[in-house]
Design a protein around this ligand. Structure first.
Ligand code: NAI
Ligand code: MG
Length: 349
């Protein structure tokens, strides 16, 4: 059986193109071994494009991206572009337009990875962050800006439909994992309107998943446990803003931004899902071959898993795991890390 997938590639800015090149190398290698191929279209979006034409994400390009089976993104953002232009106009627009309502962020402490935690135990959890609602929808505004009477609002939008679909996805993911545990994180003692909707929804969907153990934590308590007892978590489901913050904390305690991967997923398949490292464009190290491509490579594994190729994904994960376990202290270039992981993929680890 052979199949060709149409892959949209958005290398982006800074270290984005550097890490994406390594992820594509590993992806192509694994694909060939599993009898599939990727037909790639590269999209020139990000700071360079904005400087050249003033465009961020033209409709024609969005329409073209839509025709692909999946998207691999490096990172966008550059100090020469006004903050928010690319982040909102490109990244958030893609997530909203393509209905990426599941923002998936696995967190695992790989053996050999340095973690700031003294004795973390076995840490392997996944955060399912809602991706299309919450305070990120742009429902707000400001008046009397710059005066002492300035008024600014940023309204968190939560719909029964939006909460239910992401909660269902989280339960299904918990069902497929050995520990079968789901933790809702919110702040339902203070944010009572949205908090009660989330709590009622989890309680209702839980009746359909009797073998899943359900737990609830306020977001402030969750930040404590992520540091003091991260092994208690299996699947965390939470809203857009809490998820954004918790996943950066999770990345920091589980080995850092260099290994944190993510998927922006449309589980219904009405538009392509997008896979990207959690980190940004790292302008401070761009162009120096210092970026760790591991997060981008692990994002390619999430992409394979999403396309229904779990064996191919597992092959990348195993290669990364064994590379991390044997990492010494001498620095390696972006290409050297990519080559080392590719060699382990080719050699069956
Ligand atoms: P950042 O993640 O780009 O960098 C934070 C720190 O981590 C820097 O010191 C950087 O050198 C380091 N770092 C990041 N990735 C690394 C890697 N693969 N290997 C080794 N070190 C790495 O976050 P920052 O500095 O806040 O943002 C820089 C730009 O990226 C901004 O324009 C921001 O808006 C954008 N950004 C884009 C994201 C995306 O495309 N999804 C996500 C986060 C930020
Ligand atoms: Mg973030």
């Amino acid at each position: 059986m052979s199949r060709t997938y149409k892959l949209a590639v958005i290398p982006g800015d800074g270290i984005g193109p550097e890490v994406t090149a390594q992820a594509l190398k590993v992806l192509d290698l694994v694909a060939a071994e599993h009898g599939v191929a990727f037909d790639k279209t590269e999209f020139n979006l990000g700071a360079k494009r904005w400087h050249a034409t003033g465009e961020v994400l033209p409709d024609a390009e969005l329409a073209s991206i839509r025709t692909h089976d999946a998207i691999l993104l490096g990172a966008v953002g550059d100090p020469t572009v006004p903050s928010g232009t690319l982040e909102r106009g490109l990244l958030l627009k893609l997530r909203f337009e393509l209905d990426h309502y599941v923002n998936l962020r696995p967190s695992k402490i790989y053996p050999g990875v340095p973690t700031p935690l003294a004795n973390p135990g076995v840490v392997d959890f996944v955060v399912v962050r809602e991706g299309t609602e919450g305070p990120y929808v742009g429902n707000g505004g400001a008046i009397r800006v710059g005066t002492p009477q300035e008024l600014a609002t940023e309204v968190s939008v939560n719909t029964a439909f939006g909460v239910e679909r992401v909660v269902r996805d989280a339960f299904a993911r918990a069902q497929a994992r050995p520990r079968k545990k789901l933790t809702l994180v919110h702040k339902n003692n203070v944010l009572v309107h949205a908090g009660h909707l989330w709590t009622r929804t989890v309680d209702a969907v839980a009746t359909e998943f009797p073998d899943i153990a359900v737990d609830y934590l306020h977001v402030d308590a969750a930040t404590i446990f992520l540091v003091t007892d991260p092994s208690r978590f299996d699947v965390i489901v939470t809203d857009n803003l809490f998820g954004d913050i918790l996943t950066d904390l999770a990345a920091a305690v589980t080995g850092g931004i260099g290994v944190a991967a993510s998927g922006n997923i449309n589980p219904d398949g009405t538009a392509p899902s997008m896979f990207e490292p959690v980190h940004g464009s790292a302008p401070d190290i761009a162009g120096q071959s210092k970026a760790d491509p591991t997060a981008a490579i692990l994002s390619a594994a999430l992409l394979l898993d999403h396309l229904g190729l779990p064996e191919a994904a597992a092959q990348i994960n195993a290669a990364v795991e064994s590379d991390i376990a044997s990492r010494g202290t001498s620095p390696r270039s972006t290409e050297e890390v990519g080559e080392a992981i590719a060699a382990r993929v080719a050699g069956g680890v």
